[in-house]
Design a binder for this molecule. Structure first.
Ligand code: NAP
Ligand code: MG
Length: 405
């Protein structure tokens, strides 16, 4: 603590990536009202707003990723991934790639998504008491597939030609009528890194880990995933898991799904790329509101980038610009800042800062529990007569609660 200012000191900078639209409005306001009054913020700031990415030919995204690798902890606001419509809207030079994709590829990380659970915001699944954190493998499979439409009879094969020109073949199907075919791949190194990220993360949050796939049907492809997870676990992680009383288990995807809706949560669920895509949307919706999902990118060498899982909330932004009252939920944004500062504190052995990050999150949670919330939560809460406020007002109220402590 700095005696003069009464603010918490930092030793290592945190990396901040600012973003776009409504998310950016709430992002900047969270920093102004909930961080700066309490912390002597040491940071490296990168403006990942789409206009600045355009101006810098996306160099700013690479710079932000490099800084994250250097300092180890980043917080990121939601950013626009341009499509054709966005290119016209913002008059962009080109359709820049997704910043999240660029950063993830640079850091070779895994994204973990966990819902914020609050008393009074009941999940649709009654048995859930603790969050299920979903880890999605972010390389290959369906997303890098090669596809063909078959429009005449013929034989379709998988052909692998090695460096010496030797071919290995496997019949996919002898087509007698029209159809479709797909080839997909993955890499042992990517799967291994994914396994390491999941195991490190589970140790970090002290939760059990399950990895699910369909190796009963996919006896080579999915079997490979299962074997690599097992090998990484037994050779690198088993001792640390047992010393904390934690478990790693392989689980058939069907069982993992039925387990997820039957038990009380509180574990990390690692999924293949497609399963993770679908299951993370299912979990987010089932927990009550998509705006209550947090997200963190973790690298195999222990770097962290925190953000809200939702996007820039464009619809609300345009209404906001027209002077409409919009009630956009800032909880996941507050949690991104809180989680980032907490992790910075833990890594720097700065107990005050770590405690501050936790307090920020609990002040936000308690505000909702006291009945003050944004409109999206108002629609699903079991708290009688909730007071619906705008996102900015919600942040103000959390700030007042933090001043009083
Ligand atoms: P979105 O920003 O997540 O919003 C979709 C809808 O979900 C909103 O219109 C709103 O529904 C609801 N919603 C999302 N967040 C909310 C919040 N905090 N509070 C209240 N309601 C919330 O998704 P999008 O509109 O599809 O995407 C907008 C832009 O975000 C796109 O350009 C996309 O590229 C970008 N995006 C960025 C990230 C990222 O940086 N991580 C992730 C996803 C999308 P109602 O309108 O019904 O109230
Ligand atoms: Mg999806």
């Amino acid at each position: 603590m700095n005696k003069e200012s009464g603010k918490i000191k930092m030793t290592t900078p945190i990396v901040e990536m600012s973003g776009d639209e409504m998310a950016q409005i709430l992002w900047a306001y969270t920093k102004e009202k909930l961080v700066l009054p309490f912390v002597e913020l040491k940071e490296e700031l990168f403006d990942l707003g789409v206009r600045n990415r355009d101006q810098t030919d996306d160099q700013v995204t690479i710079d932000a990723a490099i800084a994250t690798k250097k300092y180890g902890v980043a917080v990121k606001c939601a950013t626009i991934t341009p499509n054709l419509e966005r290119v016209q809207e913002y008059n962009l030079k080109k359709m820049w790639k997704s910043p999240n994709g660029t950063i993830r590829a640079f850091l070779d990380g895994t994204v973990f998504r966990a819902p914020i659970l609050i008393r009074g915001i009941e999940p649709y699944i009654r048995s859930w008491k603790k969050p299920i954190t979903l880890a999605r493998h972010a390389y290959g499979d369906l997303y890098r597939g090669a596809e063909l439409r078959i429009d005449r009879p013929g034989k379709c094969e998988l052909v692998f030609t090695d460096a010496d020109g030797k071919e290995t073949r496997e019949l996919i199907h002898s087509f007698k009528s029209n159809g479709v075919v797909r080839g997909q791949h993955n890499l042992d190194d990517s799967i291994r890194n994914f396994a390491r990220c999941c195991m490190s993360y589970a140790l970090d949050v002290r939760q059990d880990l399950i990895f699910s796939a369909k190796d009963t049907i996919s006896k080579t492809y999915d079997r490979e995933f299962r074997e690599i997870f097992k090998e990484v676990y037994t050779t690198e992680y088993m001792e640390r898991f047992s010393s904390l009383g934690l478990r790693f288990e392989y689980c058939l995807i069907d069982d993992a799904v039925s387990r997820a809706v039957k038990n009380e949560g509180g574990y990390v669920w690692a999924c293949q790329n497609y399963d993770g895509d679908v299951m993370s949307d299912m979990l987010a919706t089932a927990y009550g509101s998509a705006a209550m999902m947090t997200s963190v990118l973790v690298t195999p060498d222990g770097k962290y980038e925190y953000e809200a899982a939702h996007g820039t909330v464009r619809r609300h932004y345009y209404r906001y610009l027209e002077g409409d009252v919009v009630s956009t939920n800032p909880l996941a944004i507050i949690f991104a800042w809180g989680n980032g500062l907490e992790k910075r504190g833990v890594l720097d052995k700065n107990a005050e800062l770590a405690e501050f990050g936790r307090k920020m999150k609990s002040a936000a949670t308690k505000t909702v529990e006291s009945g003050i919330m944004t409109a999206d939560l108002g629609r699903v809460t079991s708290i009688p007569n909730p007071q619906i406020v705008t996102g900015l007002r919600f942040i103000d109220i959390v700030g007042i609660a933090m001043q009083q402590k």
